[in-house]
Write a protein that binds this ligand. Structure first.
Ligand SMILES: N[C@@H](CCC[C@H](N)C(=O)O)C(=O)O
Length: 282
């Protein structure tokens, strides 16, 4: 079996994007892990498949798998890459808005230009049960014991689950231990993406994310949206925030509860390739 793919990235969060518009993919976790390997595979944080939409309300659907083979409901940097990929494939015009289906529901994308995409990410969901997070409803902060250390977190779903921790130093050695430990915390039954945010001002923050299923990444789009949602809910930031991640910056706009959240950032092509799956013998 051969599979053609586009290698792409959004702020350093990298992807293999597979055209599955005309051909259903037979993907299993072992194959995804082999493709994701940075020494013997393509190397990526997430695999994205572009497929026909399943419900007739949109033209396209995109599937999302982490480098460990696990599926996810949403990928912020990924959907910007999907929009740029659809443009290159002649399916989406510059400036036009289009709805695409993700595993967690529809999002609307608009290409500012061939390399920059704005996405309506929908409303942040704070109900713990919908992450799922084993916690009482109606709070904007929770205390968790993470690897023996008490941590105050905010929790929100952007179509996938996020825990957000405000820190004074993003390079603190303890984060190397706390990131993986928070990602697998028992109160998040399906795991959680762990974001550590340093507030520089009411309009500017820095963020590092230890992603569920992928580890530390150069950027996490839904993580940036989650950091904005949690900090704004806590009254710490204004309605437009620049989020600096190790691999680049995103602009997040959110007026507040009851409003939709917008993300704007880059999407880049790196190369086109063909995966030769020797284990399947054809
Ligand atoms: N990098 C992504 C998020 C990918 C999925 C995540 N690791 C999960 O398991 O939910 C982004 O840019 O949002």
């Amino acid at each position: 079996m051969t599979l053609r793919f586009s290698k792409m990235h959004g702020s350093g969060n990298d992807f293999a994007v597979i055209d599955s518009r005309d051909r259903a993919l037979a993907l299993d976790p072992a194959l995804i892990r082999a493709m994701a390997d940075r020494h013997t595979g393509i190397g990526f944080d997430q695999l994205l498949s572009v497929e026909p939409a399943r419900d007739g309300t949109s033209a396209f659907y995109y599937g999302i798998w982490n480098s460990d083979g696990s599926p996810s409901g949403q990928c912020g940097n990924g959907v910007r890459c999907v929009a740029a990929w659809l443009h290159r494939a002649g399916e989406l015009e510059l400036g036009a808005a289009a709805q695409v289906q993700s595993p967690s529901g529809p999002v609307t994308v608009r290409l500012v230009d061939a390399h920059c995409v704005t996405v309506d990410m929908g409303e942040p969901v704070f109900e713990p049960a919908r992450l799922p997070f084993d916690a009482p409803q109606g709070r904007d902060r929770y205390m968790l014991d993470v690897d023996g250390q008490p941590l105050e977190i905010g929790a929100v779903s952007m179509g996938n689950p996020h825990a957000v921790v405000a820190v004074g130093d993003l390079q603190a050695p303890a984060l190397e231990r706390l990131g993986p430990a928070l990602t697998r915390h028992a109160r998040f039954a399906e795991g959680v993406n762990a974001g550590f945010v340093h507030r520089l001002s009411a309009r500017h923050v820095r963020l590092r994310v230890h992603e569920r299923g992928a580890g530390w990444t150069q950027a996490c789009g839904t993580g940036a949206c989650a950091a904005m949602a949690v900090l704004r809910q806590q009254g710490e930031v204004e309605a437009c925030v620049q989020v600096d991640l190790p691999g680049g910056s995103l602009q997040i706009d959110w007026a507040g509860p009851g409003e939709r959240l917008w993300m704007t950032g880059p999407a880049a092509f790196v190369f086109e390739g063909e995966w030769l799956d020797q284990s399947r013998g054809d």
